[in-house]
Design a protein around this ligand. Structure first.
Ligand code: UDX
Ligand code: ADP
Length: 450
C-alpha cells in the first residue's frame, strides 16, 4: 500500500510541492501541517485565498484539497498518521551569534526534528526539503536516532522550483534529486521517495546520490545561477561605460551551446529567498573548512549584486541633476521578479532605502506585492503605496521599473508621460520596455547595460 505523506511547513516550498504530489498520487493521503494557524486557515479558506500566489496553484489546490490533500495545525496527529515526513520549515540566514549573516538559522528545523521524534509511533522516512547547509542531514540523523525507539532514515530531496513557475517546475522538472544513505535501509528509503515522484516524472530525470552530494548540489546549483546573474551584471557596467549593449552581448554569449542562453539577463540584481542565502551558506562552509580563496570567490557574487543596486541609484542621481531630495519617484514593481508577491531580498527594497536616504518622495506600485512592500518598508516615512500605475505617476519626476511585470510594456505610456513632471525619466532596470517608443513620446530613458 502507498504510504501517507506529511509535510511539516506550509510555506512557499511545502504548499505547492505537496499540492502537486497529492494531485499526481491520488491514492496517497498528503497532509501539510504548520505551527502558523493563520497560514493554515488561509490554505483552507473556502474562497481559496491561499497564503502564497503562484500561477496555477489555486487550480491544483481546488482539485485535491479535501480529497487527498489536507492542511492542519495538528503536527502530532499527522506525524503519527504518516510514514513519510517531509520537512519544509524555514531556514533563514542567521542574524545573531556564531555565523551571523552567513550560516542558516536552524532553530525551526531542529524543533521540527525533535517534534518528529517525540510524536513518532513507528519507523519513519524523513525527507529534508528546506535548504540546509551540507551535513545537516547527519545532524538530523543524530537527533532522531539517538536513544530512539524507532528507526528514522533521513533523505535529502532539495527543491529546485522557482517562484512564479513553481507549478510548472514541479510538473515538468529538469530533474528530481534524492540523496540518501548508501546502505540497504537507505537505498530502500530512496526507492520509496523515488516512487512518489515516478508517478509523473520520467525515471531518467530522478537522480539519486549520497546525502551530502544532494545537500551540496542544492547550494552549488543556486550559487552557479546567482554567479551567472552577477557575471552579466558586471559586464553591464562595462557596457554602459563603453557603449556596448549588454542584451546584445548576452545574446551572443548565450548562443554558445556550452554556455546557453538562460540566466544571462542583466537587471537590478538577483533577489528571492534562495540565492543570497545559499551563496552565504556556501561561503560559510568554505570558511569552516579553511577554503578562504573559494569563500572570497563566492562573496564576490554577492558584492557584485549589491553593487548593482547602488549603481542604479548613482545613475539616477547623476541623471537627475545630482539632487534627488523632494523629487517624486515611482518604483514600478516591488516583487523580486514577475509573477510573485514575494519580496524577500528584493532589489527594489534596497533601491527604495537608498532613495529614501536621499529624501526622495517614493511611490511604490506592484500588482501583487504591495502588502509585503508596506510591511518591509514600515520604518520609512513618506512612502505611498498605490496599485494603479496611472495614479502612482501623477506629477512624478521618474519611473524606475524594478520588476518585469508582463503588463508594463502594454501600459499607456503616453498617458503616463502626460501625468509626469518634465523632464520625465524612465529607468528601465529590466530592459523590458520599448525604449525607442518611449523616447518618441518624449521620455528620457535609461537602461541597464546600455
Ligand atoms: C531560484 C532557483 O531558480 C530555483 O531553482 C531554486 O529552487 C530557488 O531559487 P527563484 O529565487 O524563485 O528560484 O527565482 P529565479 O527565477 O531563479 O530568479 C532569482 C533572481 O534572479 C530574480 O530576482 C531574478 O529577477 C534574477 N534574475 C534571474 C536575473 O536578474 N537575471 C536572469 O537572467 C535570471
Ligand atoms: P520556504 O520558502 O522554505 O517554504 P516559508 O517561510 O515560506 O519557507 O515556510 C516555512 C513554514 O514553516 C512557515 O509557514 C512556518 O510557520 C513553518 N514552520 C517553522 N517552524 C515550524 C515548526 N517547528 N513546525 C511546523 N511548522 C514550522
Amino acid at each position: 500500500m502507498n504510504k501517507n505523506i506529511v509535510c511539516i511547513g506550509a510555506g512557499y516550498i511545502g504548499g505547492p510541492t505537496m499540492a502537486v504530489i497529492a494531485k499526481m498520487n491520488p491514492d496517497r493521503k498528503v497532509l501539510v501541517v504548520d505551527i502558523n494557524k493563520d497560514r493554515i486557515s488561509a490554505w483552507n479558506s473556502p474562497d481559496y485565498a491561499l497564503p502564497i500566489y503562484e500561477p496555477g496553484l489555486v487550480d491544483v489546490v481546488k482539485e485535491v484539497r479535501g480529497k487527498n490533500l489536507f492542511f492542519s495545525t495538528d503536527i502530532k496527529g499527522a506525524v503519527k498518521e504518516c510514514d513519510i515526513v517531509f520537512v519544509g520549515v524555514n531556514t533563514p540566514t542567521k542574524m545573531f551569534g556564531r555565523g551571523a549573516g552567513r550560516a542558516s538559522d536552524l532553530q525551526y528545523w531542529e524543533a521540527t526534528a525533535r517534534d518528529i521524534k517525540e510524536y513518532a509511533d513507528g519507523d519513519k522516512i524523513v525527507i529534508e526539503k528546506s535548504t540546509l547547509p551540507v551535513r545537516t542531514a547527519a545532524a538530523m540523523d543524530a537527533i532522531l536516532n539517538t536513544h530512539a525507539k524507532y528507526r528514522f532514515t533521513v533523505l535529502s530531496n532539495p527543491e529546485f522550483l522557482a517562484e512564479g513557475t513553481a507549478i510548472k517546475d514541479l510538473l515538468e522538472p529538469d530533474r528530481v534529486l534524492i540523496g540518501g544513505p548508501q546502505d540497504d535501509v537507505g537505498i530502500a528509503a530512496i526507492n520509496e521517495a523515488v516512487d512518489i515522484y515516478a508517478s509523473w516524472v520520467p525515471r531518467d530525470r530522478i537522480l539519486t546520490t549520497n546525502v551530502w552530494s544532494a545537500e551540496l548540489t542544492k547550494l552549488a546549483a543556486n550559487a552557479f545561477l546567482a554567479q551567472r546573474v552577477s557575471s552579466i551584471n558586471a559586464i553591464a557596467g562595462l557596457c554602459e561605460a563603453t557603449g556596448a549593449d549588454v542584451d546584445e552581448v548576452a545574446r551572443v554569449i548565450g548562443a554558445d551551446r556550452r554556455i546557453g542562453p538562460k540566466f544571462l539577463k542583466a537587471g537590478p540584481g538577483f533577489g528571492g529567498s534562495c540565492f543570497k542565502k545559499d551563496v552565504l551558506n556556501l561561503v560559510y562552509l568554505c570558511e569552516t573548512f579553511g577554503l578562504h580563496t573559494a569563500a572570497e570567490y563566492w562573496i564576490g557574487v554577492i558584492k557584485m549584486n549589491e553593487h548593482q543596486q547602488e549603481r542604479i541609484v548613482s545613475r539616477l542621481f547623476r541623471e537627475m541633476f545630482n539632487t534627488l531630495a523632494n523629487k517624486k519617484i515611482a518604483l514600478f514593481g516591488f516583487a523580486f521578479k514577475a509573477d510573485t508577491g514575494d519580496t524577500r531580498e528584493t532589489p527594489a527594497g534596497k533601491v527604495a532605502r537608498l532613495l529614501a536616504d536621499e529624501h526622495v518622495r517614493l511611490v511604490i506600485t506592484d500588482p501583487k506585492a504591495l502588502v509585503n512592500a508596506r510591511r518591509d518598508l514600515a520604518d520609512l516615512d513618506g512612502v505611498s503605496y498605490i496599485e494603479d500605475e496611472y495614479k502612482a505617476v501623477e506629477s512624478a519626476d521618474a519611473v524606475v521599473v524594478m520588476t518585469d511585470w508582463r503588463h508594463y510594456p502594454a501600459l499607456d505610456w503616453r498617458r503616463i508621460y502626460g501625468a509626469m513632471r518634465k523632464p520625465a525619466l524612465v529607468f528601465d532596470t529590466r530592459n523590458c520596455l520599448d525604449a525607442a517608443a518611449l523616447r518618441k513620446i518624449g521620455f528620457k530613458v535609461l537602461n541597464i547595460g546600455k
